[in-house]
Write a protein that binds this ligand. Structure first.
Ligand SMILES: [Ca+2]
Ligand SMILES: [Ca+2]
Ligand SMILES: [Ca+2]
Ligand SMILES: [Ca+2]
Length: 401
């Protein structure tokens, strides 16, 4: 029955699903793939803000029981923590405020429990201090932070907590009381949150996607959709998650305007305000590849032996994710937008971009023909969402300064 409802949903919106891009890797115009790290360390869980600053956790595999938080900012690497605690799962907002979990709390059955840490203007503060696991925090533009806290030290009972900018508050109460597990929370800039509420005490386990819209909590995944989980939410209130549609097969659903649309097979989706969705798919003979849904098209971003997994997308359409494993070292990789004014997409803005700039504002079709890998909107130097004559003076300013 569950499966049947799922397939009816998919059939109903099948016309929305464009065909697959066949034959391997394809990038959206105006972007390049770059390695942010390329080393023997384990680099995991990268997150990125709208300035292209990236945070992740790093440790030495098999050697180092601790882990540290690293910040990448325009070519510079800064290690934010220097201690024997396990510092993991960072997130960063546009003000450069960073939150993460540090396993420095009172002892639990598996060692020290986890607390929420916050880095702001060079100062680290600790938001929680108890013998439960406070883990995987996410921060929004306002500096509000959301995360799950375990009860009885087990993740099969957990509730959502959040920091409102001055104090820690509790959002859900059914983890502790009813043995549900509220996990994988994301928070948008309005303070709205989505998460998965699991019931691990039935077999097979069940779940629902929950939404807090600022006033109340409700379930937004349709009844009958099997094991929906791991949602993300953008600032328009759209959400994406995936569900189990068969043996070892997952599919993405989008919550938009109060309706649920089925997208395609894949999992771990994250979305921005432009409606771009980064997600991953399993490719035989054995690798996770990164995919992008953008402007009604699908792009396969990677086609390699690495496991390209957990990621993040910003409002410039840039994406960061972990590449590596299961045996190769884990590194941070990114889909990065070329700089404004770089109309030949060679990585620098100089006199060689003048011709491309002129064509970009005078003849878009010709520009697309001459620079298929590039994007004429990189000529929008004054950032008003149009590439036209008003961009000439600001472009000249870039060239001459
Ligand atoms: Ca540490
Ligand atoms: Ca704790
Ligand atoms: Ca250039
Ligand atoms: Ca413009």
């Amino acid at each position: 029955m569950l499966r049947r409802i799922s397939s009816i949903l998919i059939a109903a919106v099948g016309a929305l699903v464009p065909g697959w891009a066949l034959g391997g890797q394809e990038l959206p115009p105006g972007y390049e793939l770059v390695w942010i790290t390329r080393d023997d360390l384990s680099n995991q869980g990268p997150r990125m803000n709208n300035h292209g600053q990236i945070v992740w956790d790093q440790w030495e595999e098999g050697v180092d029981e601790s882990a540290e938080i690293v910040l990448y900012d325009n070519g510079t690497f800064t290690q934010l923590t220097h201690d024997n605690y396990r510092d993991v799962w960072p997130d960063i907002n546009d003000d450069g405020v960073i939150v993460w979990s540090s396993f420095r709390g009172p002892m639990g059955p598996f060692g020290p429990t986890a607390e929420i840490m916050m880095y702001r203007d060079g100062v680290i503060t600790q938001l929680t201090d108890d013998d439960e696991y406070d883990y995987r925090p996410f921060i929004n533009a306002a500096g509000q932070v959301a995360w799950p806290k375990t009860f009885g030290l087990y993740v099969d009972k957990s509730d959502i907590y959040w920091y409102d900018g001055s104090s820690v508050r509790r959002l859900t109460h059914d983890g502790e009381a009813e043995a549900r597990s509220n996990q994988a929370v994301r928070i948008n800039d309005a303070g709205h949150m989505v998460w998965t509420r699991y019931d691990f005490f039935v077999n097979p386990w069940e779940s629902e996607i929950r939404l807090y819209d600022g006033s109340r909590i409700r379930t937004i995944s349709p009844p009958g959709v099997f094991e929906p989980q791991v949602p993300d939410i953008n600032n328009l209130g759209d959400a994406v998650w995936f569900y189990n549609n068969g043996t070892d097969s997952q599919a993405l659903q989008l919550w938009h305007g109060g309706h649920v649309l089925s997208l395609t097979d894949g999992r771990n989706g994250c979305l921005n305000d432009l409606g771009h969705i980064y997600f991953i798919r399993w490719h035989e003979p054995g690798g996770w590849q990164g995919w992008l849904y953008r402007d009604h098209r699908y792009y396969q971003l990677t086609d390699d032996p690495f496991w390209n997994t957990d990621g993040d997308i910003n409002e410039r359409g840039e994406i960061v994710w972990r590449a590596g494993g299961p045996t190769a070292p884990r590194d941070v990789r990114a889909l990065r937008r070329f700089g404004v004014g770089d109309l030949n997409c060679d990585g620098s803005v100089d006199a060689f971009d003048i011709e491309g700039f002129v064509v970009a504002i005078a003849d878009p079709a010709l520009y697309a023909l001459l620079h298929p890998e590039c994007d004429r909107m990189l000529a929008d130097v004054n950032d008003d969402s149009s590439a036209n004559a008003f961009d000439i003076d600001p472009f000249v300013d870039i060239l001459t300064n």
